[in-house]
Design a binder for this molecule. Structure first.
Ligand SMILES: [Cu+2]
Length: 168
C-alpha cells in the first residue's frame, strides 16, 4: 500500500500532515477549494472495472480493464509494475500465421477523450513471475507508468475465469 500512495504524495501530503485534532477546524471553504485539485490529480486516467482471471499458482496472470483518458493530451503508457510480481508487461494479441500470439507493446497510446479496452483476446496487462498465490477475491496492486514517469495506481480484482451471465 505504500507504493500506491507515492504518486499522489505531493497533493495529499498536506492533508496527511495535519494533526488529527485539527481536521475539524479546516474551513469548509478551503476544503471546497482543495477538493477539485485532489480529484484532478487522481482523474488523469479513468480506470474502470480492473480485474484478473484466476490462474493456477505460479502461472502468469492477465489484467483487464477500460482505460479512459479524460484529458486534452494523449497518455502514453510505457511500463507497469506490481509488488506481487517479478515484472509486468503490456501485451497485445496478434494473428501470426493463423495463430493468435501475445506480443509485448513498448507503448500504449490513449488519445485525448479515448477509451482503450483491455479484454480477453486483446490488449492486456501480463503479470509475470508471481511472488505469492492469489485466490478469487484477492487484489493485485498495479502501477501503470507513462512516458513522463507519471504513475497511475490501480488494483485488479481476481475473479473466476468463467463468469456465468457475462456477455464476454
Ligand atoms: Cu500476455
Amino acid at each position: 500500500m505504500t507504493l500506491l500512495r507515492r504518486c499522489y504524495g505531493d497533493n495529499t501530503g498536506s492533508f496527511n500532515t495535519i494533526d488529527p485534532g485539527m481536521k475539524n477546524t479546516i474551513p469548509l471553504a478551503l476544503l471546497l477549494l482543495l477538493a477539485p485539485l485532489l480529484v484532478m490529480a487522481e482523474a488523469a486516467l479513468d480506470i474502470l472495472d480492473p480485474w484478473s482471471p484466476e490462474a493456477p499458482p505460479g502461472r502468469m496472470m492477465a489484467g483487464f480493464m477500460d482505460l479512459h483518458n479524460p484529458t486534452d493530451s494523449a497518455i502514453v503508457l510505457v511500463d507497469a509494475r506490481s509488488p506481487q510480481f517479478g515484472h509486468v508487461e503490456i501485451h497485445t494479441m496478434i494473428m501470426d500465421d493463423g495463430v493468435m500470439r501475445m506480443r509485448r507493446l513498448d507503448e500504449l497510446v490513449i488519445a485525448p477523450g479515448a477509451t482503450v479496452t483491455l479484454e480477453p483476446g486483446g490488449l492486456h496487462l501480463m503479470f509475470i513471475e508471481p511472488r505469492d498465490p492469489l485466490r478469487i477475491g484477492d487484489y493485485i496492486a498495479v502501477e501503470l507508468i507513462d512516458e513522463q514517469g507519471r504513475l497511475y495506481p490501480l488494483q485488479t480484482e481476481v475473479r473466476a475465469r468463467h463468469r456465468p451471465g457475462m456477455s464476454h
